[in-house]
Design a protein around this ligand. Structure first.
Ligand code: F0G
Length: 465
């Protein structure tokens, strides 16, 4: 059989509500054209993020019922620690409430002002935590990773020559650790090859620098290695994952992605002295080291979910459904980041709306159209998120790319939902020349995308007539 199906049947359903175009126009206007300010019940297909939005399995719900809520040394903790040791292999594991808590603990201990942390591409919370610790976050993704239309099997790889040059220039003592994000979320959800992990690890070992993986989407990355890298076709996803981590000294993890859980994460290391320092900080803000800000039931749901994320029937369906969405829109000419990533399809809004200048917010226009057309919620990763206003002059600076991310929650939507999204995008594509830009009405000085208020330029032109 060639048809790839959802490898599950549905036990519990959550209704989603169709709205009329007129309702959506009113809701979006009330939300000042910022989809973060919508009520989720007014969204039909929610592709804002794949983080914490997974559907849990019947085994995970059973695990929730097994959750042991003892403050210290609960059975849930031992099941969680066993699963993490088994897959990730690190000696010391600290549970945390989500990925950025692991980042904060790690970077606040390891980084000093003047340090520099290389990554393929820092996720925004990772960058913020490095910078909060006074260090500089440097992105060293391979040049292929910066060209949306270019196809390459491992666009998440780190440029090893640039890493070597950075170490030579800044000195190894100024580099507290090197990190690789698998898959590379901010770079389009693109995977990192085992060869690149091995090579970066070798450079780090040569200079005595700890090497970490940002492991959020480790299972999707392992599956891409199986599909695309020579010598891995016959290896299991779990064996590939174990090999990936065997090259690292530690990792940060948000279990809201490939942990298949709605909350949780961990920080892991092989360094006993560092782990002791980390535990002390953990107790300060997260909780006792056998629960770290999570309920026992969360630990149990993650212990089960980590293995489910590595199930190859699941991974085949997962990567296929994202590729399916990407292929069906790209076949009609819609510009996307190629090839589609592990958890999301990224639309190139600058190429979609060439008549809308970056400062007229083409990504924001596309996000608004997706909601108006079909009740779909996506996220802008362009000038709204990464551009800025210079406070002294009020000058607006554009972001490096104008992308819109359609992130697919795990096990939540079926193929007909994806077909619906394809149709919506193609409808907008057909009338793209009639879509206008937006402007900021209000914005915060940082992380402005969450709370900004917008107005459509077109409506203002019309009203002014
Ligand atoms: N690292 C990566 C690569 C991420 O994608 C995220 C979260 C984090 C770290 C932080 O984890 O949210 O549990 O604190 N990404 C989400 C997203 C928010 O929508 O891509 P967290």
């Amino acid at each position: 059989m060639h048809t790839i199906i959802e490898p599950f049947k549905i036990k519990s359903v959550e209704p989603i509500r169709l709205t009329t175009r007129a309702e959506r126009e009113a809701r979006l206007r009330d939300a000042a054209y910022n989809v973060f300010l919508l009520r989720a019940e007014d969204v039909l297909i929610d592709l804002l993020t794949d983080s914490g939005t997974a559907a849990m399995s019947s085994e995970q719900w059973a695990a929730v019922m097994r959750g042991d809520e003892s403050y210290a040394g609960s059975r849930s903790w031992y099941r969680f620690a066993h699963a993490v040791h088994d897959i990730f292999g690190f000696e010391h594991v600290l549970p945390v409430h989500q990925g950025r808590a692991a980042e904060r603990i790690l970077f606040s201990i390891r980084c000093r002002p003047g340090d520099v942390v290389p990554n393929n591409t820092h996720f925004d919370t990772t960058r913020a935590n490095v910078e909060h610790a006074g260090a500089e976050a440097v992105d060293l993704v391979v040049p292929e990773g910066l060209v949306p239309s270019l196809r390459h099997p491992f666009k998440g790889n780190m440029d090893v020559a640039r890493l070597r040059a950075l170490i030579a220039e800044r000195g190894r003592e100024r580099i507290p650790l090197v990190m690789l994000t698998v898959t590379n979320n901010s770079g389009g959800g693109q995977p990192v090859s085992m060869a690149n992990i091995r090579e970066v690890s070798a450079v780090c070992r040569e200079h005595g620098i700890p090497f970490y993986l940002d492991a959020c989407r480790f299972a999707e990355n392992a599956y891409f290695i199986k599909l695309r890298e020579e010598g891995y076709a016959d290896r299991s996803a779990i064996a590939i994952a174990r090999e990936m981590f065997s090259h690292a000294d530690g990792c940060t993890m948000s279990a809201k992605k490939d942990g298949m859980a709605n909350i949780g994460g961990f920080l892991a290391t092989n360094d006993a002295a560092l782990a002791q320092q980390e535990r002390n900080l953990l107790i300060l803000t997260e909780g006792f080291p056998t629960y770290g800000g999570l309920a026992g039931r969360d630990l149990d749901a993650i212990a089960t979910g980590l293995y489910e994320a590595l199930d190859e029937d699941y991974l085949r369906y997962r990567t296929r459904s994202i590729t399916y969405l990407g292929e069906h829109i790209a076949a009609q000419g819609v510009p996307i980041v190629q090839p589609p990533g592990g958890h999301a399809v990224y639309l190139d809004a600058a190429a979609f709306f060439p008549h809308i200048a970056p400062l007229e917010l083409p990504g924001q226009a596309l996000v608004a159209e997706l909601y108006l057309e079909a009740g779909i919620r996506a996220v802008e990763i362009g000038t709204v998120m990464f551009g800025r206003r210079v406070p002294e002059t009020d000058e607006e600076i554009a972001g490096p790319m104008e992308l819109v991310r359609l992130a697919i929650p795990r096990r939540v939507y079926t193929q007909s939902h994806v077909d619906y999204v394809v149709e919506a995008i193609l409808n907008i594509w057909a009338r793209r020349e009639s879509v206008g830009g937006y402007r900021f009405v209000e914005q915060a000085p940082f992380l402005r995308h969450f709370t900004a208020r917008f107005a459509p330029l077109e409506a203002e032109h019309t009203e002014g007539r």
